[in-house]
Ligand binder design. Sequence first.
Ligand SMILES: CC(C)(COP(=O)(O)OP(=O)(O)OC[C@H]1O[C@@H](n2cnc3c(N)ncnc32)[C@H](O)[C@@H]1OP(=O)(O)O)[C@@H](O)C(=O)NCCC(=O)NCCS
Length: 196
Amino acid sequence: MNAPAMLPVLTLPITTRRLIIREYATADTLAVTENVCENLYWEHHATEPPSAAQISALILWAVQEQSIKPRINYYLAATRKDSGAVIGEAVLRITDPINRQGEIGFGVARKFWKQGFATEMGQVLLGAAFGQMKLHRVLAQCAPENKSSIRVMQKLGLAREGLLRDVAQARGKWWSTVVYSILEHEYAKISKVTKS
Ligand SMILES: CC(C)(COP(=O)(O)OP(=O)(O)OC[C@H]1O[C@@H](n2cnc3c(N)ncnc32)[C@H](O)[C@@H]1OP(=O)(O)O)[C@@H](O)C(=O)NCCC(=O)NCCS
């Protein structure tokens, strides 16, 4: 992918009602490992649950990405404002800077599911994507069986684009992915409604 020499840089941390979305530090590795240790977390992923070494490598990669210029990967920690605990991950990738395309993703530790945290993270990510990063289209994707992730995408205002069938073979079966997206003018409309 050709990244232009200049890309906007996301200003962090970002504070929401209950969360602070910030850069990862290597000291977060244990918290992330604990957050994703349950098999249920990986139920709808076409990958085996990662080992401790793989999680360490992921956090190290996230930290290294912080100084890459131009920066296209924002793999961020979602922490609770009240306790400082890392409760999830918020991801923004600039997948095609020339055409202003991006992708968001989110994950929340099992004990915090169904409390609106992923939706709160997604709102931050969309605000960053269409605000500071000036993207035109943002997508999110997950397995079609991942009902809570689909619900989050819908709550964020993303529209279903379609089903990519059998895109990966893992854990003894074929995996499909459902793609949702939102365009900048659609986001402008819903963010105006939310603000008023
Ligand atoms: C998907 C995930 C991020 C959702 O996080 P969350 O903080 O629980 O999400 P929210 O609370 O903001 O919203 C979840 C919504 O899904 C709904 N939901 C949960 N389970 C559901 C199910 N089985 N069927 C239908 N809806 C479901 C909730 O009721 C809620 O909707 P509501 O607000 O209208 O009631 C979380 O389950 C997770 O981290 N899973 C593992 C990683 C993952 O799959 N990440 C996303 C795909 S890459």
